[in-house]
Design a protein around this ligand. Structure first.
Ligand SMILES: CC(C)(COP(=O)(O)OP(=O)(O)OC[C@H]1O[C@@H](n2cnc3c(N)ncnc32)[C@H](O)[C@@H]1OP(=O)(O)O)[C@@H](O)C(=O)NCCC(=O)NCCS
Length: 158
């Protein structure tokens, strides 16, 4: 399935760029996936609208994803989630493909993703290592605490 923003999929779904009207629905999807996704604030999403995509099915947002551009050399796929009742219809792949196309358009050569779902991304040509090296992370303890709080109180994080 190709990812052409605005295109209607066979199921009647549309992949398109997010708008400010979508922010609450995006937050809702991210909060529903607090186990897999870092929490986000409305102002983060507004700042990233230019590289945020959503899938809309019969007037309801069922998936989202963004490309967070860090430099001309690297960007990250973030906040990717498809609602459970809309999975398996190719929406996840369409959202990632939209992010990849945007990186290509900007001539950004590398996209990273931090995920526990390696198999899904492997199918989309993301690889676990680069030249035998691994990505390691230092994380601010305050961010860890924020994530723990969102898990305890999903509404509190948005
Ligand atoms: C990962 C996720 C976005 C996939 O969404 P989806 O719309 O069901 O995915 P698609 O229908 O586009 O699947 C594309 C391909 O990946 C495969 N796939 C989907 N989910 C998979 C999974 N969890 N593990 C392995 N393969 C998976 C599909 O079978 C399909 O393969 P095919 O092309 O051979 O048919 C969705 O399961 C999700 O929201 N998970 C929770 C949040 C999450 O983990 N986000 C990623 C963190 S960065």
């Amino acid at each position: 399935m190709t990812a052409t923003p605005g295109r209607a999929a066979a199921s009647g779904a549309t992949l398109r760029k997010a708008t400010s009207d979508d922010v609450d629905a995006i937050l809702d999807i991210i909060t529903a996936h607090a186990e897999q996704l870092l929490p986000r604030h409305a102002h983060d999403i507004v700042a990233l609208l230019d590289t945020f995509w959503v899938v809309e099915e019969h007037g309801r947002l069922v998936g989202c994803c963004c490309l967070e551009v860090y430099s001309p050399k690297i960007a990250e796929v973030r906040s990717l989630a498809v609602r459970e009742d809309a999975r398996g219809r190719g929406y996840g792949a369409m959202l990632v493909e939209a992010a990849v196309q945007e990186a290509r358009r900007r001539h950004i050569p590398q996209i990273l993703v931090v995920t526990s779902n390696v198999e899904f991304f492997s199918r989309l040509n993301f690889q676990t290592c680069l030249n035998e090296k691994y990505a390691l992370f230092w994380e601010d303890p305050a961010v860890q605490r924020e994530r723990a709080l969102v898990r305890l109180d999903p509404q509190g994080g948005s």
